[in-house]
Ligand binder design. Structure first.
Ligand code: HEC
Length: 192
């Protein structure tokens, strides 16, 4: 086969031969490049990428104290908030997402976190209430959602006890964001 290639090459004018060789060596280079770097960049989950996703997905808004007062305290990043969210579901509080074993999600595995973000189900089978926007996070890529889980696992644990969920109709003791009834027909929830 080698000798066949040499034989046919010897019929080509030298300038054409140079072009053929250049094209062959070029395409070989492109192939190795495409096979390694971009594939890794698309699939490998890292805590570093998770930090970025957490920022742009707005997790700090609700889960980092001080955010809604324009002064997020990143020393206690994602350790939960005591602002209540009141709606037809009752009152909920954005919870402690740091890996503290007693008060955070230290006992959750990476897969537990991924499942909660993609299906709204906690490891104990209960469902995450509003305003936790897990139906949006269900659209994250595998890389993004696993990166978020890795980042949460890498946070310094902060001890902060979550306030308990209150049933509908029970008034929260502290400050709360209340969702008023719709002002007009325009905002009335439509059943799908
Ligand atoms: C608009 C406010 C809001 C945003 C934004 C938000 N969350 Fe939440 N999150 C909540 C609330 C409120 C709860 C508690 C829901 C409940 O108790 O049923 C919660 C609960 C959770 C839980 C369950 C923890 C537990 O102990 O049960 C996880 C995990 C979580 N959020 C992760 C995230 C991540 C990661 C992001 C960003 C990608 C995020 N949240 C963005 C409000 C928010």
């Amino acid at each position: 086969m080698n000798s066949a290639a040499t034989r046919s090459a010897s019929f080509l004018p030298p300038i054409l031969l140079a072009v053929v060789l250049a094209v062959v060596s070029c395409s070989a280079k492109v192939e190795t490049g495409a096979g390694s770097a971009p594939a890794d960049a698309d699939t490998v989950a890292t805590a570093e990428h998770g930090e970025y996703v957490v920022r742009i997905a707005g997790c700090h808004d609700c889960h980092t104290p001080g955010f809604f007062y324009n002064a997020p305290d990143y020393k206690r990043a994602l350790s939960g908030s005591e602002i209540g969210w009141v709606g037809p579901w009752g009152t909920t509080y954005a919870r402690n997402l740091t890996p503290d074993m007693e008060t955070g999600i230290g006992s959750w595995s990476e897969d537990d976190i991924v499942r909660a973000l993609q299906t709204g189900k906690r490891p104990d089978g209960t469902t995450l209430n509003p305003p936790m926007p897990w139906p949006n996070f269900a659209y994250m890529t595998k890389k993004d959602v696993h990166s978020v889980a890795k980042y949460l696992k890498s946070l310094p644990p902060v001890s902060h006890v979550n306030l308990p969920i209150l049933p509908p109709g029970q008034k929260p003791g502290g400050s709360a964001v209340n969702f008023p009834p719709p002002p007009s027909n325009w905002d009335v929830p439509k059943t799908p």
